[in-house]
Structures are given as structure tokens and as C-alpha cells.
Design a binder for this molecule. Structure first.
Ligand code: NAD
Ligand code: UDP
Length: 325
């Protein structure tokens, strides 16, 4: 950490802070010297275990609360991070109306709080705003190809609506907003039951269960390791970063078939592969254009390759699974 990065007297609110990405972010803010990190989470997909080691810190507090309802904060507040929302299709489709409310009502409540406190606020949007993209790679000026009336709409349209709110609170009230569009991110502290492809494949491989490939497995994704995302989030909250959406992801694109083979090879698993139907509206291709991020975030680019990131994630799940038996 550079001396410049050492932040004192800062109070930050991290909503969704007990989730996979949020728990890494809380840690990073505390390591950077924040005076107080307030973590708010309804524990829908997050877990206390993700932040258990932080609970003893005088600089960290946890509150179980659903951001569909307002969350008043007394005293000064400098930064707000809105990470609340299940990110796994399996999870966000369990309660779609609530997912939509989390993005839209949650954003209104947090933007109002930012307005009241004069706080800078970041929204974790998603590559899903591009839907089943018809251009590749996707850059920020692409408007997307999203179904507004389907099983993924609660997530995609909720995030798009929230982006609109962030745009309008900035324009109308001058709120200091930031938006990042995150592409598929994986790493330690994902839940074994999360349902996203990386955690599913690793957990299935380690348990000797068949790997479940949806469709014919030729669809692609570009997977980013969590530490690269956290570095981007921290840089996005610095002074001078524009209010427009910024893609954050790793442009290395791989098919789901190749990912399955790689996980089998790296875990040494003898699991078989089973093919399941492709879920409705599952995008065919996804790959970020990160030119804007590199130019406005001080040359940021992902530095953890897929093999290195997978091996860290495999080690995490191996430990978790061994502990459970
Ligand atoms: P996650 O499901 O692990 O974390 C989400 C957290 O938000 C959980 O702790 C959950 O309990 C909490 N939450 C959900 N609804 C809430 C509500 N109404 N009130 C309070 N807390 C609530 O997912 P993640 O991968 O850590 O994603 C974090 C954020 O980043 C999400 O907003 C997600 O949409 C966004 N994102 C993530 C990815 C990715 O690949 N990880 C990609 C694009 C966008
Ligand atoms: N997928 C898969 N097997 C699984 C879980 C997911 O083949 O067990 C596929 C899914 O259909 C999609 C890709 O892997 O094509 C990425 O899915 P994920 O849920 O991780 O994220 P998405 O990008 O779809 O939001």
C-alpha cells in the first residue's frame, strides 16, 4: 500500500458487505486505515462467516438490515458502497420482486443518504446491462440487448434502473456518484451454494460430482479474480473519476466447456460432465472492453490470470469442504 492510499478519519458504509465481493472490500478499507467501516447486509446470500474475523475490530460494525427499507446513519459519512443484490442467477431469481426492489429502492435510499451527508457513492452495476450482447467486446457506449420481460429481467432491469437513478441524482442534485459495470468475478469467500459457474464447477469437482454444463457449453464468459475488482473499486472512489459507467473485468474470454476442462485438470478430479438445458436468456458471449477503465483509473488492468485465480479459489473451497466433513 502506498502512503497516499492510507486513509484516516473516513467513515464508509458498505451495503452488501457480508457477501463475496463486499467482504473483500470491507477488509481492504480497514487495511487502508479507514476510521470506521459500517457493514449492512440482510444475509440473503451473504454470511456472517465472511466478516467474522472483522467483528472484533473497533473500526468495524455489522448490522443485519434490508436496504429495501431506509437505513439512517447518524454523524458524518464520507463514502457509500452499494453492493447489495444477489449476483447469482439462481439466487436472484428466487425472489425476483425483492431483487428488483433491492436495486431500485435500495439505490433511492442510499442516494438520499448520500445527498443528505454529502457522501460519495458507488454503485456496483453489471455486464448484464448489455444482456445478450450483439457486439463483442462490449464497451460502455453499447446500449445492450436486454429482455425486459423474462427471468433475468429483475436483475438486469433493476441494475439498469439503478444506473438511471445514479445518473439523475448526479444531474439533479449534484450527488458525487460512481458506477462500475462488473463482469463475472470469482474468488475465495464465494458461497459453495452460490450457483455461479466457477464455484459450481470447483465444488462439484472437489466432491467428485458431475460438472453441470448448461447448453452445449460453447457460450463464453470473461472471468476476473476478486482482488483485481477490489483494486478497481478503490481507484474508482478517488477524486477526479467521471460519473459515467466504467467496465471492470478481465478481457480473457473462455467457453464454459474450456472452463470445465480447466477445473477438472487443476483439481485432479475424475468427475464426469453432464449437460443441462441452457437457461432462458443466457447470454452467448461476454467480454469487456476496459479501455475506459485503464485511462480513468490510473492505468488499472487485471493482473491475476485465470490459472492463478482458479488455484487460489480451489484452495479456498478445498479447505471449506475438508472442514465440513
Ligand atoms: P453476493 O450475492 O455474494 O453478495 C451480495 C450481498 O448483498 C450479500 O451479502 C447479500 O446478503 C446482500 N444483499 C442482497 N440483497 C440485500 C438487501 N436487500 N439488503 C441488504 N443486503 C442485501 O454477490 P457478489 O458477487 O458479492 O456481488 C456484489 C455486488 O456486485 C452485487 O450488487 C452484484 O450485482 C454486483 N456484481 C457482481 C458480479 C460478480 O461476478 N461477482 C458481477 C456483476 C455485478
Ligand atoms: N453455467 C453452467 N453450469 C453451472 C452454472 C452456470 O454451465 O453449473 C453457465 C451459465 O448457464 C452461463 C455461464 O455458465 O452460461 C455463466 O453463468 P453464471 O451463473 O456464473 O453467470 P452469468 O454470467 O450467467 O450471470
Amino acid at each position: 500500500m502506498t502512503k497516499q492510499e492510507w486513509k484516516t478519519n473516513l467513515r464508509a458504509l458498505v451495503v452488501g458487505g457480508a457477501g463475496f465481493v463486499g467482504s473483500h472490500l470491507c477488509r481492504r478499507l480497514l487495511q487502508s486505515g479507514y476510521e470506521e467501516v459500517i457493514c449492512v447486509d440482510n444475509l440473503q446470500t451473504g454470511r456472517i462467516a465472511n466478516v467474522a474475523d472483522l467483528l472484533g475490530s473497533l473500526h468495524f460494525s455489522f448490522f443485519e438490515h434490508d436496504i429495501v427499507n431506509e437505513w439512517p446513519v447518524s454523524g458524518a459519512l464520507h463514502e457509500i458502497y452499494h453492493l447489495a443484490c444477489p449476483a447469482s442467477p439462481v439466487q436472484y431469481q428466487k425472489s425476483p420482486i425483492h431483487t428488483f426492489k433491492t436495486s431500485v429502492l435500495g439505490s433511492i435510499h442510499l442516494l438520499e443518504l448520500a445527498k443528505e451527508k454529502g457522501a460519495r457513492i458507488l454503485f456496483t452495476s453489471t455486464s448484464e446491462v448489455y444482456g445478450d450482447a450483439q457486439v463483442s467486446p462490449q464497451n460502455e457506449s453499447y446500449w445492450g440487448n436486454v429482455n425486459p420481460f423474462g427471468v433475468r429481467s429483475c436483475y438486469d432491469e433493476g441494475k439498469r434502473g439503478a444506473e438511471t437513478l445514479f445518473h439523475d441524482y448526479h444531474e439533479e442534485y449534484g450527488v458525487d456518484t460512481r458506477i462500475i459495470r462488473i463482469f463475472n468475478t470469482y474468488g475465495p469467500r464465494m458461497s459453495a451454494e452460490d450457483g455461479r459457474v466457477v464455484s459450481n464447477f470447483i465444488v462439484q469437482a472437489l466432491r467428485g460430482e458431475p460438472l453441470t454444463i448448461h447448453g452445449d457449453g460453447t457460450q463464453t464468459r470473461s472471468f476476473q479474480y476478486v482482488s483485481d475488482l477490489i483494486e478497481a473499486i478503490v481507484r474508482t472512489m478517488q477524486d477526479g473519476v467521471p460519473h459515467c459507467p466504467i467496465n471492470i473485468g478481465n478481457p480473457y474470454e473462455i467457453s464454459v466447456n474450456d472452463l470445465a476442462e480447466r477445473v477438472l485438470r487443476m483439481t485432479g478430479s475424475r468427475s464426469s460432465i453432464v449437460y443441462k438445458p441452457l437457461p432462458q436468456d443466457d447470454p452467448c458471449r461476454r467480454r469487456p472492453d476496459i479501455t475506459l477503465a485503464a485511462s480513468v483509473l490510473g492505468g488499472w488492468k487485471p493482473v491475476v490470470g485465470l490459472d492463478e485465480g482458479l488455484s487460489q479459489t480451489i484452495a479456498y473451497f478445498r479447505h471449506l469442504i475438508n472442514k465440513a466433513v
